[in-house]
Write a protein that binds this ligand. Structure first.
Ligand SMILES: [Zn+2]
Length: 149
């Protein structure tokens, strides 16, 4: 079920809210857009996600609000430079990324679930996860090993 969550970086400079569905299969709302991206959370072994421990859930721009800290964001882009990864200038936490991919239905945010302050341990533990083998550019396949992600 979709629910409004509140998230922040470690020092609290960056704050946001997002209307997200972390529920397991059988309890989920209608996905925001077509495609698997809107049906699960994702963990990936690519060079970026692995090093930042990024655990993402996608949100449409309508479902994401930056509440504070726009001036505290610093951005990092790599590879095709199409994804805007943002970090807090003070504490270094990576609360979200954003991009605009046609295949995903346009502009979107990828929110780092572990930055949600009001998601319970139970919600995190029960959230559906799709694993992506980003290290081998096989985004539609799970890596051989996933337990360390
Ligand atoms: Zn911070």
């Amino acid at each position: 079920m979709k629910k409004i969550y509140h998230g922040s970086c470690h020092c609290g400079a960056i704050r946001f809210s997002a209307n997200l569905d972390l529920a397991p299969e059988g309890q989920r709302s209608e996905p925001a857009r077509p495609g698997i991206w809107w049906n699960s959370t994702f963990r990936c072994n690519c060079s970026s996600c692995l090093k930042t421990r990024f655990w993402k859930v996608f949100a449409t721009p309508e479902d994401f609000t930056l509440l504070s800290g726009d001036d505290m964001l610093t951005e990092y882009r790599f590879g095709s430079r199409m994804i805007r990864h943002v970090f807090c200038k003070r504490c270094g936490v990576h609360p979200f990324a954003s991009a605009d991919f046609e295949i995903m239905g346009g502009r979107f945010y990828a929110i780092n679930i572990v930055c949600l302050d009001d998601a319970s341990g139970e919600e995190l533990a029960n959230a559906p996860i799709i694993y992506e083998d980003g290290r081998h550019d096989a985004w539609d396949q799970a890596p051989e090993l996933t337990s360390y992600l």
